[in-house]
Design a protein around this ligand. Structure first.
Ligand SMILES: C[C@H](O)[C@H](O)[C@H]1CNC2=NC(N)=NC(=O)C2=N1
Length: 118
């Protein structure tokens, strides 16, 4: 199977399938640094990336924004001095879709090309 980050994202619509527990088991090892959280009953993937300063955090934020626009699938992004919290979930289905794991993997790829993201 190709790298998770390279797999195509399915369009996310109201009838898209939530990931199953076994899919989570299969997908989660590809994004080991991400947490699976539940907020207001909605399962989400979240990771905090750290940077040297606000400028670098903002640049990373904008890179993830480009990835999201290209994919038509968007995260929550909290940008702070030296820190960006990225949270992926599928609004349409109020939970986690395969898209979210793919885009979390893509987020990690972008972070690898940035200085001091960890
Ligand atoms: C109309 C637009 O394409 C939809 O609202 C898209 C936009 N980006 C999205 N992003 C996420 N994370 N979930 C969605 O359900 C979603 N839907």
């Amino acid at each position: 199977m190709s790298q998770l980050s390279e797999q195509a994202c399915e369009a996310c619509s109201w009838d898209a399938p939530l990931v199953t527990d076994s899919e989570i088991e299969q997908l989660k090892p590809s994004i080991p640094d991400w947490q699976i959280l539940e907020r207001d009953g909605i399962m989400q993937l979240e990771r905090v990336f750290t940077f040297r300063n606000f400028k670098q955090a903002l640049a990373f934020t904008n890179q993830i924004g480009e990835v999201a626009e290209e994919a038509g699938h968007h995260p929550a992004l909290l940008t702070e001095w030296g820190k960006v919290t990225v949270t992926w979930w599928s609004h349409a289905i109020k939970g986690l879709h395969r898209n979210d794991f793919i885009l979390a993997a893509r987020t990690d790829e972008v972070a690898k090309s940035n200085v001091r993201a960890d």
